[in-house]
Each structure stands twice: as structure tokens, then as C-alpha cells.
Design a binder for this molecule. Structure first.
Ligand code: SAH
Length: 411
């Protein structure tokens, strides 16, 4: 039977009997907790000797005596001799001193936990079935992974102090393409401000119902929440002491207006941090098997917002056969882009690809060329969200050979 307690050892005396490798590791934990640690042992493990040199603990170089237990709250027994350990365990019992017998978990009145600290929460694992450090550590590590991946509800119910904003890149869609840090920050958030693209829908389904979700998703054609208003939502919630997550598709700093949101937070004195995300500019072509750079084929990438221009820099990128041009938000303005490119003399055979709904079940890739782009877009009904790739890397046979022509077997 074990009652797991959170014991505060700060300023309390802990006696360690035995100076071997086991107690060396444990002693550090007691010291970190602020305990006053005294070691009684004829000899010391080099690590413990190091702690003595830095005055983290005191050492008496001799065998244990019953009088050593005077004034002690807890004893850690690891002499290496089972008989001696047992004798000390019995003495501790008589003196009402909590006792960890390192060599035999069934002895002694206390057991160490395998523990992990996550922010202001300490999680401990203890086996009630004798000591089994490998198993408890394995369980502790598994819990640590859950924490790191944001699978535990770490949100505090009562908060004091200032809030903050985290601008988080959610990647191109699937929740498992988010970073581990993003998952953890989402698990800690009080308010999540979401967009239409990215993993928002999947994430929101998993959230604790107490988390407030504010959808400011911009739909082409529908009325978006103006950026100014999004900025104020972030700032106001944080100023009221909440942990705010601004979850965006892709990366917050790639056509995500993350920079403006960051400025708004800084101007209001709200602590703000950015967690990067996998940008669709790279990950959506990748989902279609298109590397944005490829040794010997494309040595540079030009990423552009297709709603404007096209600027001379974009036409120059498209004209250079060693550059890959990636157009985001480019569906509506595709005719303007193609017309400008043709007018500026870019060869009609320049390869292009449309990748719609990348990394989703609806993903569709269309390979074409500058000359055929508009006809093909019209034929397939090209629609948002889509990434448009222009350049030699968009060739269908770049990574795989083109399908071989059917051979007719001769009889
Ligand atoms: N910050 C985002 C980009 C926002 S702009 C990022 O780094 O990915 C929105 C544009 O991204 C869309 O118009 C489209 O061009 C592209 N996009 C985002 N997700 C996409 C997806 N899953 N499939 C295809 N295009 C996508």
C-alpha cells in the first residue's frame, strides 16, 4: 500500500546512509528540493564526493550510528549490505523517521517516485508492488511524452498574473504535422483563435469544452474578421490574464499576418511568442512529390502572394529556369499571372503544377505548362486552397521516370 504524497523537503534534514552510486543519483534530487543533506558513509562515490566539495551536502566518513537519526525527517538507506540496511530500517521505524530502502523496495516506509516536472505540475509514478524502477521510469517517460505532445489537460483553472499570446503555426492541415510545442501550448490555452485553413477543425474537436474558441476564419467571398479586430481580440484576452493561442495555417510568418499580430501584442505590452509551422509553400508541393529545390534543377525558390502584381521580381523568377516559383492565394489571379508571363516572353513549355487541398483526402495534383495552364485550370475547376508551382521541378518525371510506352509483345 502506498499513499503518494507531495512532500516538501526544503530546509528539512535528510540523512543518507551509504555513499554508493544509487545514493549519488538520489542525493541530487534531495538537494534540488532544498533539503539539508547529510551523508554517513565510510567511502563516497566520486559524484557524491563532488557534491561534498561544492558544499551541497555534508559528509561524515564513518559507519552509521543510531544517534545519526536525531532530528532527521527522512533517511535514505543504501549501504550495499542488506543486513545493515534492514537494521537501519527497523531503527527508523522506531524513531518515526520516514525511510527509503534503496536496495529493497519492500522494506522501509517510503518509496521514491519516478517523477517528471511540467511547468508547475509534478507527476510521479510509484509501484505498489515492490520496487520496479525500470517500469516506473518507462511509465513516467510515457506520461512525459503525453505532456510534451499536449495530450494532457494542463490548463489551469484559476490563473493569476498576466496572460500571453502564442502565435502558432499549425501546418498545412493534418494535426500530426504540427510541432510538439504547438500541441503543448494548445493544451495550456484558455482561448484559441482559429483560421479556416490548417488543423483548426481537428484540434477544436479534441479541446476541453471550457476552452473558448474564436473562429476568425477568412473565407474567400465571405466577410472576414478585419485584421485590426483580430489584433484586439488577442490583446484583450491576454490583458485579462488569459493564455491565448492564435492558431494559423502553415507558418505564422509566411503570408499569415503573424508579424502584425506580434506588433499589436508588443505595442500593448502583452508577452508574445511564435511557434513555427510547416508552411504550405513547401509542404503542399512536397505532398504532390514536388521538391521545391532539386540538385541540378532548381537552386532557388521564390514564394509569392498571387493576389497582387505580378511584380517584376516574380516574372524574373518565372523566367529563370533554375528558380522555382511558388504562388499562394493565386487561384483567382491566375489569368493575370499567366498573361503577364506570356507577354514577358517566358517559354510556353515552362512546367507548372496545381496542388489543391494538399495533405488532405481531397488532394489533387494537375501537371500542366504555362501555355496550357488556363485551359487546364478551367477544365478541372481549379479552386482554393491551392498552391501553384512554376518551374522545372513541376515536371511529372522529375523524381520518377515517365511511364514507359507500352511494348507490343511479338509472337
Ligand atoms: N501561412 C500559410 C499561408 C497562408 S496563405 C502557410 O505558411 O502555409 C493561404 C494560402 O496557402 C492558400 O491560398 C493556399 O495557396 C495555401 N494553402 C494553405 N494550405 C493549403 C493546403 N492544404 N493545400 C493547398 N494550399 C494551401
Amino acid at each position: 500500500m502506498t499513499l503518494m504524497l507531495g512532500v516538501s523537503l526544503a530546509g528539512r534534514e535528510v540523512l543518507a546512509v551509504g555513499g554508493g552510486a544509487v545514493s549519488a543519483r538520489r542525493l541530487r534530487r534531495f538537494i534540488d528540493e532544498g533539503a539539508i543533506v547529510r551523508v554517513v558513509a565510510p567511502e563516497l562515490h566520486p559524484d557524491t564526493a563532488g557534491l561534498v566539495r561544492t558544499h551541497a551536502l555534508s559528509w561524515q566518513a564513518r559507519r552509521f550510528r543510531a544517534a545519526d537519526l536525531a532530528g532527521v525527517w527522512m533517511a535514505h538507506v543504501a549501504t550495499g549490505d542488506a543486513k545493515v540496511d534492514r537494521r537501519i530500517v527497523v531503527l527508523c521505524e522506531r524513531r518515526r523517521v520516514l525511510c527509503v530502502a534503496a536496495g529493497d523496495g519492500s522494506q522501509g516506509s517510503a518509496r521514491m517516485t519516478a517523477q517528471t516536472v511540467v511547468g508547475d505540475v509534478t507527476l510521479g509514478v510509484v509501484s505498489t508492488h515492490g520496487a520496479d524502477p525500470r517500469r516506473t521510469m518507462a511509465i513516467r517517460d510515457a506520461i512525459g511524452d503525453l505532456v510534451a505532445n499536449g495530450r494532457l489537460p494542463l490548463r489551469r483553472n484559476r490563473r493569476g498574473g498576466p496572460g500571453r499570446v502564442d502565435l502558432i503555426g499549425g501546418g498545412p492541415g493534418p494535426a500530426d504535422l504540427m510541432t510538439v510545442r504547438a500541441r503543448r501550448l494548445i493544451a495550456e490555452a484558455d482561448v484559441i483563435v482559429t483560421d479556416r485553413l490548417g488543423p483548426a477543425q481537428e484540434i477544436v474537436r479534441e479541446l476541453d469544452p471550457a476552452v473558448q474558441v474564436i473562429d476568425v476564419g477568412k473565407r474567400p467571398g465571405a466577410h472576414p474578421v478585419p485584421q485590426e479586430q483580430i489584433n484586439s481580440i488577442l490583446v484583450e484576452h491576454a490583458l485579462e490574464g488569459r493564455r491565448v493561442v492564435r492558431l494559423k495555417g502553415g507558418d505564422p510568418f509566411v503570408f499569415g499576418r503573424g508579424g502584425e499580430e506580434m506588433q499589436a501584442c508588443l505595442a500593448a505590452g502583452v508577452p508574445v511568442e511564435v511557434t513555427p509551422g510547416v508552411s504550405s509553400a513547401i509542404a503542399v508541393p512536397q505532398a504532390a512529390g514536388i521538391p521545391v529545390t532539386h540538385r541540378g534543377t532548381a537552386a532557388a525558390v521564390h514564394v509569392v502572394n498571387g493576389q497582387g502584381g505580378p511584380e517584376p521580381s516574380t516574372l524574373a523568377a518565372m523566367a529563370d529556369p533554375t528558380v522555382t516559383t511558388i504562388v499562394l492565394m493565386g487561384v483567382a489571379a491566375l489569368p493575370r499571372l499567366v498573361a503577364a508571363a506570356v507577354r514577358s516572353g517566358i517559354p510556353g513549355e515552362r512546367p507548372m503544377a496545381f496542388v489543391e487541398n494538399g495533405h488532405s483526402a481531397l488532394q489533387r495534383t494537375t501537371r500542366t505548362t504555362l501555355a496550357d495552364a488556363l485551359a487546364d485550370a478551367a477544365e478541372i475547376g481549379l479552386s482554393n486552397p491551392a498552391v501553384i508551382v512554376i518551374g522545372e521541378v513541376a515536371r511529372a518525371d522529375l523524381l520518377l521516370p515517365a511511364p514507359a510506352p507500352q511494348r507490343v509483345a511479338l509472337a
